[in-house]
Design a protein around this ligand. Structure first.
Ligand SMILES: [Zn+2]
Length: 481
């Protein structure tokens, strides 16, 4: 993510968990490479075998759920912009990580019609943003099951917060802009809404004829129109976290093609932003290919970008299709959101406190892009920020421990990027750039934590780096050079 304030004032970008060793790796869908990671085992309530209401992130205690690991979401959705009504028929394939008599999904609002588990009607209750499901028969630990939920209503985006702004399923004049970091997936589909549980996604999105519904991944067949409505079928076959899923829809102008290296590339803009369509498509292709030389092979099956007519105040790195909310993206923000495809999307954080692993990397990518294009070097950008006086708020906020009430603090971005530059200076360019590639390759489609990054940096460089990381990531005050 990158914020619009920065975009508008500086021509600059924004986006958005830490350490549970008990996470089990499980094959997501039988595909050879993609893997999903199981959530934290839930405590059993006095023998009642209830899945926990949260996945175990102390900063966001009700986000996600315990007791199961999702492998696939099938989202069959319809949306009518005239009534702002969303109808959902969602099937979730999951594996029980404990025996379960009851488990939760995250869902905000809506009238839930029917819930079934393994094809049999289940009972359910609502409380806050929790949907508690009691299957007709208990689920055995290790067993796979499918839960299906039908529901309808007017989506209510999250209008938070000092720190997070408006996010989730956001109605627009002609459709909806759907950007969900950190926990807005629950505003449009029932889910295990926390990045610690990745899954593949299939979408069948039905909207009024003449509108386009965009989702992650690729179209798997031609859109089908019947009775004045068109259904778009998309599939993202690589594991994805819930906050990156989208069904942004409305009037869009499209440009399709491939990057020079052959990656399918789809740009889509609201007609109001027609003049930026070609530039978005060209620059996205160029930067996707360039990052593949710096960070290693592009991790997904397509790239692209979407500009919608909604002043969200930020851009988000939605997997395969970053979303730019109500502005013409410049090269710097496109470089930021595409760098997230490696760091943030393919590699996902397990706890929000580790957000610098996403934002520090994507911000540093802006500096690398500037350097590549003959603009300011990463060193000179580092020097400019380092010149900020000791009283600057950035020095009081250690970026290695992002705070839930101030998640997207500038320090997580800028001081996070400075941490990487300090590392580069300490280990040298050869070791640093080898580390960036190895980090992306070793954890492709998986989860990462800060201690894992520190350990890999020490291993690849052969240097003791704990003092450097401690000063830059975890201590208040301006680090010494
Ligand atoms: Zn970002």
């Amino acid at each position: 993510m990158r914020s619009a304030l920065l975009v508008l004032l500086l021509g600059a970008v924004a986006c958005a968990p830490s350490n549970v060793d008990a996470l089990l790796s499980a094959n997501a869908d039988g595909d050879a490479t993609p893997t999903a990671t199981a959530p934290t085992p839930a405590p059993t309530r006095s023998g009642q075998e209830w899945g926990a209401r949260g996945i175990g992130d102390p900063d966001f205690p009700l986000d996600g759920n315990g007791g199961y690991d999702v492998s696939r979401y099938l989202l069959k959705m319809g949306y009518n912009p005239a009534t702002k009504t969303l109808t959902g028929n969602v099937s979730i394939e999951a594996k029980a990580t404990q025996s379960l008599r009851r488990f939760n999904l995250d869902l905000k609002g809506f009238d839930v019609g029917k819930v079934s588990v393994a094809g049999k009607p289940a009972t359910f209750t609502r409380s806050g943003d929790e949907l508690s499901v009691t299957p007709a028969a208990p689920l055995a630990k290790g067993g796979s099951f499918t839960v299906t939920v039908t529901y309808e209503g007017v989506p209510q985006p999250v209008k938070d917060s000092s720190n997070l702004g408006t996010y989730g399923f956001i109605p627009t004049a002609d459709g909806a802009y759907v950007v969900c970091q950190p926990n807005g997936a629950k505003t449009w589909f029932p889910s295990n809404d926390h990045p610690a549980d990745k899954a593949r996604f299939d979408f069948e999105l039905t909207v009024p004829e003449g509108l386009t519904a965009l989702a992650n991944g690729e179209l798997t067949k031609k859109p089908v129109t019947s009775g004045g409505r068109t259904t778009f079928t998309w599939s993202e076959r690589h594991p994805m976290v819930t906050y990156l899923a989208t069904m942004t829809l409305g009037k869009f102008e499209l440009r399709e093609g491939r990057t020079a290296k052959g990656v399918p590339n789809l740009a889509a803009v609201d007609p109001k932003y027609r003049s930026t369509l070609d530039n978005l498509h060209t620059v996205t292709g160029e930067i996707t290919d360039y990052w593949s030389t710096v960070f290693g092979p592009y991790p997904f099956s397509s790239t692209g970008g979407v500009v919608d007519d909604f002043a969200a105040g930020y851009a988000l790195e939605n997997q395969t299709k970053p979303m730019y909310g109500g502005f013409k993206p410049d090269e710097s923000i496109i470089a930021h959101e595409l760098a997230h495809q490696w760091y943030g999307d393919s590699l996902s954080i397990r706890r929000w406190e580790d957000l610098w692993l996403n934002e520090g990397f994507a911000t540093y990518a802006e500096w690398l892009w500037s350097e590549h294009k003959g603009g300011a070097s990463a060193q000179s950008l580092f020097d400019d920020y380092y010149a900020k006086p000791a009283g600057n708020p950035m020095w009081a906020y250690p970026p290695g421990d992002a705070k839930p009430n101030d998640l997207f603090n500038d320090s997580v971005y800028t001081r996070g990027a400075m941490t990487l530059h300090a590392l580069r200076t300490a280990v040298g360019d050869t070791s640093f750039f080898a580390l960036l590639k190895k980090w992306a390759q070793d954890h492709k489609y998986g989860h990462v934590t800060t201690p894992q990054f520190v350990a890999l940096a020490e291993k690849t460089s052969g240097k003791q780096l704990d003092q450097l990381f401690d000063a830059w990531l975890f201590k208040k005050g301006k680090p010494a050079l």
